[in-house]
Ligand binder design. Sequence first.
Ligand code: ZN
Length: 445
Amino acid sequence: MKKLFILTFAVLFSLNLLAQEKKEAVTLIKNVNIFDGKNERLIPGSDVMIEGNMIKEIGKNLSFQGATVIDAQGKTLIPGLTDCHTHIMWNADIEELIYSAPEGYVGALAALNAENMLMRGFTTVRDMGGPSHGLKKAIDEGAIPGPRILPTGAFVSQSSGHGDYDSRMFYLSNHFTGQIDKAYIRGWTIIADGVPEVQKATREILRAGASQIKIFGSGSITGAHDPLDVTEYTIEELKAIVKEAEHWGTYAAIHAYSSESIMNALEAGVQSIEHGLFASEEAFQLMKEKDAFFSTQFLAFSLTPEEAGMKGPAVPKYLEAQAGAAKGYELAKKIGVKMTWGTDILGSYELAKLQNQEFVARSKYFSGFEILKQATSNNAELFERSGKRHPYQEGPLGVITEGAYADLLLIDGNPLEDIKLLADHEKNIQLIMKDGIVYKNTLGK
Ligand SMILES: [Zn+2]
């Protein structure tokens, strides 16, 4: 017994030493102009001290014995970028991913996509659907490089909805035959109809570790069956999903184009409207009233169908969404809803390389400051709606402040004056730090 005690003590003692060692790693970034994620005015000529994975102190002429010093030469320090609408696992045709690709292939492409995202400056993403839990675990453990992930896991979709990916027009429903859909086995979609089924689906998704729930609430571009104008789920079903999410202290987001689906979702308490481009003025007003986020994309609707990787029946639906996009953007701006920053670029990791072009696509509608705030503190505010299901609880994300996570980028130039700098990330993002670890440093090169 005594031996066990000594052994336990020794283990605890060495763990404690390890923790102290980690804590004592200090990095000092000297001479930066700081965009703090919220204010348009840069904080000039500052130093930032990072202890472990957190920002410890911000001030002038800081010093610390034994710190690793980075001389930033008066460049701009901004919070790590965030993307609130990714599908980090979706790097091939969805039918291939679900029904035929070996799972190792799906995972390998996702690992590559994750590393690329981090190296483009994205330190946190809210993943809006797909089996990303394993990838997140490997990244959080430090096994592979990648952004922090707020995972969704499987989508909740009705029969014939966006997530009903089996493209056969006539087949015996899984529901009635007792067959199990591979989309369910592989963690992409749970098809659920009626209140009890959506409750069960939501509970299963939460059990798997979701930070938020993603509902498919209207027709889609890439869905196998549903035209874009279709409204999916009843208000009772939506309310049941929201309630389950709320029981777990989190919220639901919804893929919704039609005005009716957006109105239903807002009435049911959904807090994040994805795409939402056909929302009426009334729907945008309700979004504002309910303090919901408008999580739309700009680049994804400004490409040609070929560039966006659209095929077959997706092409006319893509063009239809594109035609409605400008009106949606203008109404959102006019009414002043809460804008997030997200891309929804999916289908191949090559295509995902366009991610930073979203900054350029938005510059038609917003100032550099507005866009950068969307991509940092606005998104972080949305992530906070996950409450205790937010995986990163040690401090705030998307801001540069004492006590925040040390997720930082150093930009050659001022992105508030020229947001397009971020599109050429290879050249202009000179330092990438996530969780206190430097992943890129080209200063002085
Ligand atoms: Zn999406």
